[in-house]
Design a protein around this ligand. Structure first.
Ligand SMILES: [Zn+2]
Length: 395
């Protein structure tokens, strides 16, 4: 068990190891653990198989995009009954959960069914693995058209609270602030891994999004390549910088402020707006007012305000739609942090959070069908200005 003083005195960080060797980290923001009056010493005694190994990813020669072939994930836990939730503290159900302790504040652990993992190559994948770390290209094997590489990297689960029935939007500002520190801590550590090229913290909320566990949690994927949409963002930011010498994200924020009609929240350190060319029926970007490449670079004041503004935004989203009886409808959403890649384009990238929903009306989902899935051409039935007006109205 490795304890070390956290970056801020408001958190105590304790790293431990699960029965199969995966890392689990407690981030304690309350007593008796914060002061060290009590320490994290519960041992995971489950009879688990060996830790998951890296699978394979294949290069799509038609697009140049990597696809992780994670067939072991088919066996992962799917909507278990509440008493058997693997993200609740142990002791509640009939089976020990992933978290051996009987209570926790925020906890992070390596996913048991990861799309990307560290270590040796899983047996039987047929990969002529070199074990080479670094960029994905370094581990390339196969022919030029049928190329593959070990899916190195790391996938983590972030439990926002031990309260199974809570949601991110129901967290206290103090707990949300802890999660901000956790995102920054994980970005810093995962960025330091040799194989990792990009770190993406995200949350899927709602069965409509494909959530398999209801317990309030997010995930962090550390990829051994720069993902396709991140690469597209980087191309646009680089071209803008070459043309103007300025940051695209900063100029876009200024343009949205000038226009005004899509701005939802304007804070001292953060601004939330519906993007001019929103793709999703409900989409909001939350951006820092200062130029920062990633979550690690946020200062204490910015982290404090982020916790407040993000809760405000999520609570507005949960009031966006109403049922016929006037009851608010909890919005299914995807929230993802776009950060600068670990090694490329850090001087032109600007941090932002993208929150998006497939719910285009109560009970009606937008499906990513022919145009979106086939050729990537988005059609949005809702005017971004109307979305922004509604989000201001429910504030
Ligand atoms: Zn739970």
């Amino acid at each position: 068990m490795i304890e070390r003083p956290a970056a801020s005195p408001r958190l105590r960080r304790t790293s431990t190891t699960l029965a199969d060797g995966r890392e689990l980290i407690y981030f304690d923001d309350s007593e008796p653990y914060l002061s060290g009056a009590q320490i994290r010493e519960v041992v995971d005694e489950r009879p688990l198989d060996g830790r998951p190994m890296a699978g394979t990813m294949r290069l799509d020669a038609l697009t140049g995009d990597w696809v992780s072939i994670a067939d072991h994930r088919q066996n992962r836990t799917f909507l278990p009954p509440a008493g058997e939730c693997p993200l609740c503290p142990s002791g509640g159900g009939t089976m020990p959960s992933e978290i051996p302790a009987h209570e926790y504040d925020v906890v992070v652990f390596e996913n048991r069914f990861p799309s990307f993992a560290s270590g040796a190559i899983a047996a039987g994948t047929g990969v002529a693995g070199t074990g080479v770390a670094g960029s994905a290209a370094a581990g390339l094997s196969g022919s030029s058209l049928l190329a593959h590489a070990p899916a190195l990297g790391r996938c983590e689960v972030v439990c926002f609270t031990s309260d199974h029935g809570a949601s991110f939007s129901s967290l206290s500002p103090e707990r949300a602030r802890t999660v901000v520190d956790v995102w920054a801590d994980r970005t810093r550590e995962l960025s330091a891994l040799e194989a990792v090229e990009h770190v993406f913290p995200f949350e899927n909320r709602g069965e409509e999004i494909g959530v398999t566990l209801h317990h309030p949690h997010g995930q962090i994927y550390a990829y051994p390549f720069v993902p396709a949409r991140t690469a597209a963002l980087l191309r646009a930011a680089t071209a803008h910088h070459q043309r103007t010498g300025r940051l695209l994200g900063a100029d876009l924020l200024a343009a949205e402020m000038d226009a005004g009609s899509r701005v939802v929240i304007r804070g001292t350190a953060w601004t939330a707006y519906v993007p001019y060319a929103a793709s999703w029926p409900v989409e909001v970007h939350l951006v820092p007012n200062r130029d920062v490449p990633d979550l690690v670079a946020l200062n204490d004041d910015e982290r404090d305000e982020l916790a407040e503004v993000y809760l405000d935004l999520l609570r507005r989203l949960d009031r966006y739609y109403e049922a016929p009886d006037g009851a608010p409808i909890a919005l299914p959403y995807i929230a993802g942090w776009h950060q600068a890649p670990v090694r490329r384009g850090r001087d032109v990238s600007r941090l932002h959070l993208q929150v998006m929903s497939v719910l285009r009306a109560p009970g009606r989902l937008k499906y990513l069908a022919g145009s979106e899935s086939g050729v990537g051409a988005w059609i949005n039935d809702v005017a971004p200005e109307a979305v922004a007006a509604r989000l201001r109205e429910v504030g």
